[in-house]
Each structure stands twice: as C-alpha cells, then as structure tokens.
Design a binder for this molecule. Structure first.
Ligand code: DC
Length: 237
C-alpha cells in the first residue's frame, strides 16, 4: 500500500502523541514528535542559562542555535522514536514541568522555528510519516494527505497530563497543570510565528469520550477511504 503523510495538530495533552505512536506502529510509519523537538531546545536553554528567572536571553540563544542539535533514535524496547539533544537521550527530562513552563516562549522564536521546520521537512520527505505538533498541517506539510485536528475537554486533558506526570514522579496539583495547559494553548494560538490553527481541510477529532482503540480505528478508516478514493481516481484517468 502506498504511504502518505499524516499531520496531527491540536491542543496540549489531548492525546496526539498517543494516537500517533499507535498509528505508526500499526502502519509501520515513522513517528516524529515535533513538540519534543521544541522541548529539547528549551531544555538546552535551561541548562545553559539562556533562560533565567523566566527570561530568555535572545542574543545568547541565537548565537548558540548552531550548537543545538536535535535528532531522533528508534527505541526497540518502547517501539517508538525518541528525541536526542546533542546525541543525549532526553525523553524523560523534556517532560518535566520546568520545560513545559518555558517551551511556549522558546517555540515562539522565529529562528528556532525555522531550524526545527527545516529538520521536520527533511525527516518527512520520504512520506510514510506521522508528525504531530501545532503547525504541521498548516505550515510544515500543507500538502499532507491526511490532516487531523485534535481537541478534548480541558478537565479531561488536565487529568491525563496529571496522571502522566505523577507516573514519572512529578506531583503537581490539578490547578497547576490546568493553568499550564491553558496558558500554553493561549500562547501557542496567539503567537505571531505559525500559531496553532486548524487547517481548513483537517478532520476534527474530539477524543473526550473516545477510547484509544476507537481513535485508531477512526483514523485507519479515514486512511483507507482516502486511498480507495485516490486509487479509483487514478484508475479512471
Ligand atoms: O506537543 P507538546 O506539548 O510536547 O509541545 C510542546 C510545546 O511546543 C507546545 O506548547 C507548543 C510547541 N510546539 C510548537 O510550537 N509547534 C509544534 N509543531 C509542536 C510544538
């Protein structure tokens, strides 16, 4: 079966990466978590005093951007690709709340986005890729064959994120996590550079009340419908 590009955008913690990972395993596609890329750059900034007292030193960031290398490696145990910062595995560190609190500021910087988007386009050029983020269907791959826009109730998203953080040993209150999600959604949707937007041709998936299995089934059906329509059109030509 011919491979396509699948773009998944949407709000924070509404299950984009969970869905993308399951689909990638099922379809034997590459999964690229673009949020992890911005988180890795943010981690670098925190470690190197580019962010201090919640202020970003833009000049220092721009002069060090060439030293920040973000890549992915496939983990055969977890059966998914994981992000590397200058060849170091940082999948665990980038999920910490300190990174979440600063990632919107870093991801709003034009030069950071340009560098990440260039990498994302290189990684996706062979098709057979599932990429999730905020601007994949609108900016990175506007020609993606399938675009999803995911959303879910704020309280449900908060609880999911709270569970994820506590499973990693980070204990926060419901309100702290909800505030972070809502602030990031607001900042990501209102920034100047490639804000979070629903692409006109995206299929909306609200997963407030849908199981993970039902979501995968829903998307597989969309892919099959797309391929059937495309292949029958090709036959007719
Ligand atoms: O998907 P995530 O929560 O791990 O993403 C972290 C942040 O990165 C998010 O608040 C916005 C930013 N981001 C972005 O600006 N563009 C993307 N394509 C992906 C993420």
């Amino acid at each position: 079966m011919s491979k396509i590009t699948i773009a998944i955008d949407g709000y924070s913690s509404c299950g984009k990466s969970t869905l993308a990972r399951s689909l990638a395993q099922k379809l034997h596609y590459n999964y690229i978590d673009t949020g992890a890329m911005y988180r890795a750059v943010t981690l670098y900034c925190l470690r190197n005093n580019i962010i201090s007292n919640s202020t970003v030193d833009l000049q220092k960031l721009l002069s060090e951007l060439k030293n920040i290398e973000v890549s992915f490696a496939y983990n055969t145990l977890t059966k998914t690709s994981e992000v590397l910062l200058n060849n170091e595995h940082v999948e665990k560190e980038i999920r910490m709340m300190e990174v979440a609190n600063h990632v919107s500021a870093i991801s709003s910087i034009k030069e950071v986005r340009e560098k990440m988007v260039l990498l994302q386009r290189q990684m996706g050029k062979g098709k057979g890729v599932i990429m999730d983020g905020r601007d994949i269907g609108t900016h990175v791959f506007p020609d993606a064959e399938l675009k999803l826009f995911m959303t879910a109730d704020n309280n449900v998203r908060t609880q999911r994120r709270l569970d994820e953080l506590s499973s990693k040993g980070e204990y926060l209150t419901f309100d702290e996590v909800k505030h972070n999600l809502e602030k990031r959604d607001h900042d990501d949707s209102t920034r100047k550079e490639s804000p979070l937007l629903q692409a006109e041709d995206a299929v909306v998936l609200d997963n407030t009340d849908i199981s993970k299995e039902e979501q995968v089934e829903f998307v597989i059906k969309l892919i099959n419908d797309f391929l059937l329509t495309r292949d029958s059109l090709v036959e007719k030509i």
